[in-house]
Each structure stands twice: as structure tokens, then as C-alpha cells.
Design a protein around this ligand. Structure first.
Ligand SMILES: C[S@@+](CC[C@H](N)C(=O)[O-])C[C@H]1O[C@@H](n2cnc3c(N)ncnc32)[C@H](O)[C@@H]1O
Length: 300
């Protein structure tokens, strides 16, 4: 079956015809370019990803130097399954209010605590009545969602909804795979084409320090981590591998709908490639996934 409609508001600028495949569910928020699916499989992946990321950053849920007090409000933009907020709720006073926003509600938790609220909306245009509301805004892994034009808008929206002296924290992927592996190198080229076709900012991690300063944030900090990926790095390496190879599996529909960009011509071919790339990561001992954590403050 050829999948088109359920991938949402795609503006495909492919030069070739869509490649037939079994589709997954994708968001349909007007104007959104996000290329990962939203289904039970993705919810499970986001749980694994949360574990993998938290392990890399010493289990810190809050990165900037702040301690939340009664009455404070926290926002998680692009919250997904709300797993970061749910974890945070166990560490903060019960009268800290926790808000999650996402273009796609399908992964929201089915039961919420009294101090948690989830709403549908875009981080490019947060509700107008949220100005000067939050002490902390978290946003994690929107690399496959935001265009070069949208990033400055998003940072300015986040700044608007922070209280004076409030903090933003962002986590993004910077680089992945191995430069020595043929399949990884070819895959990087494919992703560059996919991201470019939607104007998504594949090097957002390189640009964010500058973008944060441009948006008027102060005290801009960056931390970088290299996560070993593949069985050569033991159980943790296998988890990192599985999470990120499954990210790439999730991009199958946008890639095949766009005709494969000259890199792949069938669903089976794409699946085989992901399987073989996973094996490549297992034996290439330089394979890592590099992430960056950014935090910055709105002036008091
Ligand atoms: C890779 S997932 C990460 C989810 C969550 N931040 C986490 O780290 O577990 C990205 C999420 O961003 C959401 N998203 C994509 N574009 C968005 C936008 N413009 N505004 C709000 N959420 C968006 C997606 O629906 C998805 O749930």
C-alpha cells in the first residue's frame, strides 16, 4: 500500500514517486514537518531513549542551577509521552505545576497527577496567556521537527513564557554513527537530503549557542556527551544502538514517500540497511551518538 495521507501535512518535494511500504502513524498538525511516528512502538522507544539520555547526563532532570519551589511552573515543549515531566513530578513539591505541550496527543500519559496538564499545540506559537509564567522550560530532541526559520521563533516563544530569571534547557543530538563505516556514512548523506527537503536544521546543536544569544538569553552553557553505541560497548551500548537505529527505522515513511532520494528503492532494502548498519555499529569501536545539553537564562 502506498502511504500518503496519514503522514500529515507533508510538503514533499521529491523528484520520484513514493515507494510502496507498510506505513506507521504520523502526526497531522497543520504545517508541522516532524518526521517520526507516533504509535505504541514509538512510545516504548521514547522510554528507552529517556533511560539512555539520563544515564549519559548523570540522571539530572534539571540542568541549570535552580531549585523549584512551591508555586513554580514548569513547561515541557514537545513532551511526547511526558516521560521527563512524569519523572520530574517525583522530585518536586506537589504544588509545582507541570505543563506539557505537543502537536500530537496520542502519546500523552493516560493518567495524570493533579499538578500535571497536557495540551495540544506547537512550540512555534505557545499560548498567548502563558507570557511570564514558567521558571523552567525543557525541550528535548526537536531536531527532526524544527526548520531553520522556526528555531529562532521557538527560542523567542520560550523566552516570552519564562519568568524573568527563568531558565531554558535543551537537549539535542549532534552526530551519530561511525565515520569509518560505509553504511553509516551513506546514511548520514541520506538524512542530510531528507532534512534539507523539509528545511529541518540537522546541525541545530552547532547553531544553538549562537541562536540562544541572538534570542537574548544570558548565561548560555553547553555540555557535550559522547554515548558509545553498539555491542562493543556492552549492554549500555546496545541500548544506545537500539534506540537510535529505531529512530532511523521511524523515518522510513518520509524517506520512502519522497522516493528514497536515490539511496533506497524498496521497503525491504531500507529495513535490510538498518539491520546491517546496526551490525556495523557493533564492530566499529569508534561508533558514538553525540548529544549536547544547552541551558540559558532570561534576564532578571
Ligand atoms: C523525539 S520526540 C521527543 C519527545 C520528548 N521530548 C522526549 O524527549 O521524550 C519529539 C516530540 O516533539 C513533538 N513535536 C514535533 N514538532 C513539534 C512542535 N512544532 N511543537 C510541539 N511539539 C512538537 C513530536 O510530536 C514528538 O512528540
Amino acid at each position: 500500500m502506498v502511504q500518503n495521507a496519514s503522514e500529515g501535512s507533508i510538503t514533499s518535494d521529491s523528484h520520484s514517486s513514493p515507494i510502496q511500504h507498510r506505513p506507521r502513524n504520523y502526526q497531522k498538525f497543520p504545517g508541522a514537518q516532524y518526521i517520526l511516528p507516533s504509535d505504541e512502538e514509538e512510545k516504548a522507544r521514547l522510554e528507552l531513549q529517556h533511560r539512555v539520555l539520563q544515564r549519559a547526563i548523570s540522571s539530572r532532570l534539571i540542568i541549570p542551577p535552580l531549585s523549584l519551589q512551591s508555586g513554580d511552573k514548569v513547561l515541557d515543549c514537545g513532551t511526547g509521552s511526558g516521560i521527563w515531566l512524569t519523572d520530574l513530578s517525583k522530585q518536586v513539591p506537589s504544588d509545582v505545576s507541570l505543563f506539557g505541550i505537543d502537536i500530537e496527543p496520542r502519546l500523552f500519559p493516560t493518567s495524570e497527577l493533579a499538578n500535571m496538564q497536557f495540551s495540544v499545540g506547537t512550540t512555534t506559537q505557545l499560548p498567548t496567556d502563558w507570557s511570564n509564567t514558567f521558571r523552567l522550560v525543557n525541550q528535548r530532541l526537536l531536531i527532526a521537527a524544527l526548520s531553520a526559520n522556526e528555531w529562532p521563533t521557538v527560542l523567542s516563544e520560550i523566552k516570552r513564557v519564562l519568568i524573568p530569571g527563568g531558565w531554558v534547557q535543551l537537549l539535542e543530538a549532534k552526530r551519530w554513527g561511525t565515520e569509518k563505516g560505509e553504511l553509516s556514512v551513506k546514511h548520514r548523506k541520506l538524512l542530510e537530503e531528507l532534512f534539507a527537503s523539509r528545511n529541518l536544521l540537522i546541525d541545530c546543536s552547532v547553531q544553538l549557542p549562537h541562536l540562544l544569544k541572538e534570542a537574548g538569553f544570558e548565561n548560555v552553557h553547553v555540555e557535550e556527551y559522547k554515548l558509545p553505541a553498539g555491542s562493543w560497548a556492552g549492554k549500555d551500548g546496545e541500548e544506545t544502538r537500539d534506540n537510535f537505529i529505531n529512530v532511523f527505522r521511524g523515518m522510513k515513511t518520509p524517506i520512502l514517500n519522497a522516493g528514497g532520494f536515490g539511496y533506497v528503492d524498496s521497503e525491504e532494502g531500507y529495513e535490510e540497511w538498518m539491520k546491517d548498519m546496526s551490525k556495523e555499529w557493533d564492530v566499529m569501536e569508534d561508533t558514538t551518538v553525540d548529544i549536547c545539553v544547552f541551558y540559558a537564562q532570561k534576564s532578571a
